[in-house]
Design a protein around this ligand. Structure first.
Ligand code: ATP
Length: 334
């Protein structure tokens, strides 16, 4: 039996997390969910953003499925998501972006994985006002953090038969910080002679991705570029409702969709649950349950391809609930 921490989160979080829970349970896997919550709703009810039982549960179970969390302005926290990633050194934000059959997009052949450094860069949280005439933010790049995320990307490429890793940077301008990140990639790539290192400047990468995304297989980059490129790539394959993610550390992992809490559609049974369902499938793979993960992925693909029960963002008119049930139907019938 697996003990897993489940954090519903804010906005559409509880709806899509409930879908993912239902789908995971329908695979027949034996899971004991430890349901705890953090975020805006909890703050409103209890005056605390991350209650202590959230940390206790994460530290006990070490595997988490999480909905999007909103950090209210003025509560003393910058971002709970960033806090959790830093506190538990979840250094690799892994986001697979794959075009699925049945989704109407200009590109047929997008299948890439983004490795975003998750603990430093411009998310260092070091910002200050300067002489009442401006403000500054400090970008931190260390060799240790750069090497481990780049190594993770190359290792993934090797294990998954990918031939290229694109290192995205702006070392022509940020010579010390991005220069260090780039040099680390050159160092790591020496140990992977069969994998091509593509060095791509971030602005050029944006253009390349919207013109010819199939040129890329694995992308590794710093924190902010990774955040921006993730949303761009989500747009290439049908939007934020489809892209899953995992925040992976040495002995702990938090799985969550790329999308936020989408307050505009919250509570209406309209949200696309697939991003969180696929995050759940990533979690099952992490736990070694490859067969059950693939069962979910196949059922999601089949449901989208059939096009009968898809949500509004994919051009359909189904509710979150109906789409979830259709996904389960598609694998229980196998
Ligand atoms: P955050 O700052 O928390 O990342 P955000 O403001 O950037 O959030 P999202 O909350 O991710 O953005 O939503 C951006 C847009 O995408 C919204 O219009 C939202 O309705 C849509 N969207 C996001 N997730 C989904 C989903 N699962 N299903 C359908 N639409 C979604």
């Amino acid at each position: 039996m697996y003990n897993i921490t489940l954090i519903p989160g804010d906005g559409i979080g509880p709806e899509v997390i409930n879908s993912a829970k239902k789908v995971i349970e329908a695979t027949g896997i034996n899971v004991k969910w430890d349901i705890v919550n953090a975020g805006e709703d909890v703050y409103r009810q209890r005056g605390v953003l991350v209650p202590h039982e959230v940390y206790t549960s994460i530290e006990k179970n070490r595997v988490v499925l999480k909905g999007p969390i909103t950090t209210p302005i003025g509560c003393g926290f910058r971002s709970i998501n960033v806090l959790l990633r830093k506190k538990y050194e979840l250094f690799a934000n892994v986001r697979p972006v794959k075009k699925m059959m049945g989704v109407d997009t200009p590109f047929e052949d997008v299948d890439l994985v983004i490795f975003r450094e998750n603990t430093e860069g411009l998310y260092s949280g070091i910002e200050r006002n300067k002489d009442n005439d401006g403000a500054e933010a400090i970008k931190i790049i260390t060799k240790k953090a750069s090497l481990r995320i780049i190594e993770a990307a190359f290792k993934y490429a090797k294990e998954n038969n990918r031939k290229k890793v694109a290192l995205v940077h702006k070392a022509n301008i940020m010579k010390l910080t991005d220069g260090l990140f780039l040099n680390c990639a050159r160092e790591v790539s020496k140990n992977y002679p069969d994998i091509e290192l593509q060095e791509v400047i971030v602005d050029n990468m944006c253009m390349q991705l919207v013109m010819n995304p199939s040129k890329y297989e694995v992308i590794v980059t710093t924190n902010l570029y990774g955040d921006i490129l993730s949303d761009l790539c989500a747009g290439l394959v049908g939007g934020l409702g489809l892209v899953p993610g995992g925040n992976i550390g040495k002995e702990m992992a938090v799985f969550e969709a790329v999308h936020g809490s989408a307050p505009d559609i919250a509570g209406k049974d309209l949200a696309n649950p697939i991003a969180v369902i696929l995050s759940g499938a990533m979690m099952l793979k992490y736990l070694g349950e490859i067969g059950k993960a693939n069962l979910i992925i196949d059922a999601v693909e089949k449901t989208i391809k059939e096009g009968k029960y898809v949500t509004k963002d994919l051009g359909g008119s189904s509710s979150t609930t109906d789409m979830t049930d259709a996904i389960i139907e598609n694998f229980t019938l196998k």
